[in-house]
Write a protein that binds this ligand. Structure first.
Ligand code: ZN
Length: 216
């Protein structure tokens, strides 16, 4: 706890005063403890780490954003995570490329299929090539787009859908042996994105042709 007996503190610039000892709560100017001051302190601390805050997007269903949210918290059951939890796995190698240990960063950032997927998406959305350095770059797509606000929100939705689709296909590969083809993966991202942006984004006049050219 951060209770301080003021007249017991001995440090440069502090004078000991005569009188009875007292305690004071540091995070309120009155010195009195309150739940509101604790909440204020917690909010100030969390805002200093805002780049790691996941922003939900109403253009996609909750189940879609859920995958990215869990990945941000490090709670997706990738093989390295299962080993850390002492669960038995036959191999920790990435089930997609089989080259390195599977982790969240690897599945969504550095695995060959992820890199191809992001590069096709950047072409589709008419962005310069996307260079992802960490999973946080997937969560904060506005960092590498100069889209106006509404279009940036749609692009964030595309990134959430891409992450959801890739994880879904990774699971199908692990559990059913279904191979991942990047063309069909990107096609699914486009189709699901079209349905959700058109209906949830109230863009009833959006045509498939415009969507495929990312003309919003
Ligand atoms: Zn891989």
């Amino acid at each position: 706890m951060n209770w301080v007996a003021w007249d017991k503190v001995i440090s440069p610039g502090v004078c000991l005063m005569p009188g009875k000892d007292s305690v004071s709560w540091l995070y309120d100017s009155s010195g009195a403890f309150s739940v509101a001051s604790v909440k204020g302190k917690m909010l100030r601390n969390s805002s200093s780490n805002s780049e790691h805050v996941f922003v939900w997007n109403k253009l996609v269903p909750k189940k879609v954003g859920f995958v990215t949210w869990r990945a941000v918290l490090g709670r997706l059951p990738t093989l390295d995570a299962l080993v850390r939890r002492k669960l038995p796995v036959s191999s920790t190698l990435c089930p997609i490329c089989g080259e390195v240990e599977e982790s969240i960063e690897h599945v969504f950032v550095s695995c060959g299929i992820a890199q191809t997927m992001w590069s096709v998406i950047s072409l589709w959305c008419k962005l310069p090539a996307i260079f992802l350095f960490s999973f946080q770059d997937v969560v904060n797509p506005h960092k590498f787009s100069a889209f106006p606000k509404e279009k940036a929100k749609v692009f964030q939705a595309v990134c959430l859908i891409a992450t959801w689709c890739l994880w879904k296909r990774r699971n199908a590969l692990v559990h059913s042996g279904t191979l991942i083809h990047v063309t069909s993966l990107v096609e699914e991202i486009k189709i699901m994105g079209f349905l959700w942006i058109k209906n949830r984004g109230k863009k009833g006049d959006l045509s498939w042709e415009d969507w495929c050219s990312f003309r919003l």
